[in-house]
Design a protein around this ligand. Structure first.
Ligand SMILES: C[S@@+](CC[C@H](N)C(=O)[O-])C[C@H]1O[C@@H](n2cnc3c(N)ncnc32)[C@H](O)[C@@H]1O
Length: 222
């Protein structure tokens, strides 16, 4: 078992103890219908609440590299209030360097702190943008030409981090979504499901990862 990184501030883990990478793949990738969702898209945009160690980003990038066709581009836009330093990330993710791609991990760690453009072999890009600050302040101000194709609704558990999981967050997720935009999250907390529903997402429970019986996935109805 890989000892997961823990936040003393939130008294919660960044990813699960059994297998953070498998959890990411189950909850955020499979839970959002990836890679099928990006099939045929010239530009695919993922928004994430809580960048943390970048495990979700790196797992997404690895999947994109192995499944995307030439001519496809990935934008990954993540919101983070407490950015981690590269050394902490290196220690937290080193265990998965093989699965995530050692070269990708190094590229990412060396670029940390800046917007990050990784050229793909076919000349296109995987672009990471980290928006620093409290998401309830930064997301409402965020403007973009392209709406979200999927949301990774991460962040520490709603019980331990209720300040992040607000109606303001869900309303701004809706503002940046289009009909058909998908969302996935590890939690099935009633307030989260209700908030997403009120904002226009149709949500359902799906099998959770590891010890968690359920997770939530949804689609924006518009
Ligand atoms: C469970 S971790 C995310 C794990 C991450 N997705 C990964 O791949 O490692 C939750 C993250 O949300 C961030 N966070 C918590 N509250 C936040 C807020 N109000 N605004 C922005 N980020 C927040 C924390 O600092 C932490 O990095």
């Amino acid at each position: 078992m890989h000892l997961p990184l823990r936040s003393p501030l939130f008294d919660d883990v960044y990813f699960c103890a059994e297998s953070g990478l498998e959890e990411t793949r189950h909850v955020f990738l499979k839970g959002n219908g990836l890679p099928e969702m990006w099939r045929g898209a010239t530009h695919f945009t993922i928004f994430e609440t809580g960048f943390g160690t970048g495990l979700n980003f790196l797992a997404t990038w690895a999947l994109f590299e192995s499944t995307a066709a030439p001519g496809q581009n990935l934008d990954f836009i993540s919101f983070e209030k407490y950015p981690l330093d590269p050394e902490t990330i290196r220690k937290a993710l080193g265990h998965w360097a093989g699965d995530l791609g050692a070269l990708r991990l190094e590229l990412f760690l060396n670029a940390k702190g800046r917007d990050f453009d990784a050229p793909r072999p076919d000349g296109n890009t995987v672009r990471l943008r980290i928006i620093e600050g409290d998401i309830n302040d930064t997301l409402p101000l965020f403007q973009t030409e392209r709406s979200a194709d999927v949301w990774f609704l991460d962040g520490f558990s709603p019980a331990k981090n209720p300040q992040m999981w607000t109606p303001r967050l869900y309303e701004n997720m809706a503002r940046l979504s289009r009909p058909g935009t998908r969302v996935a999250t590890f939690t099935v907390a009633g307030a989260v499901r209700e908030g997403l529903t009120q904002a226009g997402f149709r949500v359902e429970k799906a099998p959770g990862f590891g010890r968690k019986r359920h997770m939530t996935q949804g689609v924006f109805k518009g």
